[in-house]
Design a protein around this ligand. Sequence first.
Ligand code: FAD
Ligand code: DHB
Length: 431
Amino acid sequence: MTSDECAAKPPQRTQVGIVGAGPAGLLLSHLLHLAGVDSVVLETRSRAEIEATLRAGVLEQGTVDLLRECGLGERMLREGFVHQGIELLFDGSRHRLDFAELTGGRAITIYPQHEVIRDLVRARLDAGGHIMFEAHGVEVLDFDTASPRIRYERGSVSRELVCDYIAGCDGFHGVCRQAVPAAARSEYARSYPFGWFGILVRAAPYSKELVYAHHERGFSLVSTRSATVQRLYLQCDPADHPRDWGDERIWAELDERLATRDRWTLPRGEIFQKGVIAMRSFVVEPMTYGTLYLAGDAAHIVPPTGAKGLNLAVADVQILAAALAERYTTGKAHTLQQYSENALERVWAAEHFSWWMTSMLHRFSDDDPFGHRMQLAQLRKVIGSSALQTALAEQYVGAPLPGTAAYLKASPPRGRNRRSIDRADSSNLPG
Ligand code: FAD
Ligand code: DHB
């Protein structure tokens, strides 16, 4: 069934109603499908828009393993780049951290988020999945009961979807987290006095692996997208606009911030995309309320320095899908009730890593020469200690996902899992 056919006959009932077709929402829908659980995804934007939004590039080993195990690995394995380390550049020298050696063979894969999205959309639509693009005015209702509803508009028609559960996968600015009564959630946040200015350049790869560079003028990062397109980031003022950054200014800053004693330089290429990214840390606790479950950026944000955001979204929905599958297969709600606690353990570890990498590598507005030397001392300690290198490497490649996809093997591969929910078991409802 195509998305247009779905549009002609929008479902009015489903087991799990999913708000948001980002990596979290789409992967949750795919994993639930493999476990025989029905879902409908509601997305404000069009398919073309979600497939064209440039964001993350780094996939942890556990993310790659999960995508492969659930049948989404073909293009990623063919087109992605496996990196077995990163470099830290500071004080004019580049230092390599060998992830494969430090972590027993684990690695990261560079495969852009919008390609993951394209693979997921195709897989859902090929399997007859329901993704309602351009669904506006989404409201989540009655999620303090066992029959939550999602109201939305498509065209000028108002519609309703009745569910057993709602998954709020609608990103940081979505409606699901805000719908939880303020008294029932605690929010923890930190904003940073800088942003990242990101560009895409037509050029051959500048480095075999990603380079994270510390400099007194500010952080910079050399990443890649393909044999002919490179991704570069520069610490900037969060209020900057792309028009503030002419090409000459960009190259001059990169030359200064990436200068090494052995005179590493980046050959110029055509800069064809520019954008500013805000930096913040944020967590909401708990990640559930009644029959509403938050996942991904809807529940937490990390600054991008640790490359954790997309990977955390994947970890959340892996935990949530397994818990929902168990609920429908066995009727037991215990794992579902543990969802927030289980997900938050990984979330806070990633928050700490992302904050630590950000603090070590960026220039802060109140930095004085003492602060700058503290950062250099920390960086020297990292590269001088195999224990600290291992700690950084383990966190960067990510801990294995809990029981990756094991539940899929125990679940019906294609048939719908229609076991009804025991309505008497309302132990997950508030009050
Ligand atoms: P989102 O991707 O934000 O998806 C939410 C979806 O919900 C969107 O499609 C949105 O349109 C939709 N939506 C919003 N509101 C509504 C509504 N009311 N109704 C219906 N739909 C709605 N992470 C990494 O792991 N590695 C990296 O290398 C990395 N680099 C990054 C670089 C940049 C420049 C940026 C900006 C982010 C980066 N991240 C990275 C973070 C990563 O992109 C996010 O953490 C990830 O997109 C989170 O996925 P999500 O599905 O939770 O949310
Ligand atoms: C990329 C983004 C990140 O946040 C990061 O830490 C490394 C690489 C990227 O977009 O390539």
